[in-house]
Design a binder for this molecule. Sequence first.
Ligand code: FES
Length: 184
Amino acid sequence: MSDTHTIDGDHEEPSRRDFIYIATGVTAAIGAGALAWPMVMQMTAASDTLAAGSIEIDVSKLEEGQQIKVLWRGKPIFVRYRTPKEIAEADSVDIATLRDPQTDNERLVPDFAGALNPKILVMIGVCTHFGCIPIGEAGDFDGWYCPCHGSHYDTSGRIRKGPAPKNLVIPEYAYISDTVIKVG
Ligand code: FES
């Protein structure tokens, strides 16, 4: 439940593997301190500026099996470093069985060298049903679970079960170096 509520002010602590950043147009770097506790970056610009802005996220310190959340335009962005098992599960799905058919590769963008990097998955962390924030590493498909009405997303963020009509949305983003992505 902590993943679902911390963004909007609930005081439950997130797990050590799931960090929250409130980024404000500055690079959200993942440092050693952030591995112990979630780091909240202070707001440094007017909200209207932030709403139109982009954010840069340094994923170089993200470790396999970890996820961070960065607030962008008022929405949480999930950045997950997927495990080989998660990638294999995402790849093994027959997309003809999906409510919102998409291959895992279609949910990735080329990295700085022009190749797809299935390890890093970037999504808007908002359930496509009524907008709750799903919990990571949960649900029947080991991906994300939305507790509001029971939507299960797989390790690619695709809807697999429950009322949500669409996959978790992939934001507009690009790699601007080997380890930094720019969202927006
Ligand atoms: S808002 Fe997620 S299942 Fe309804």
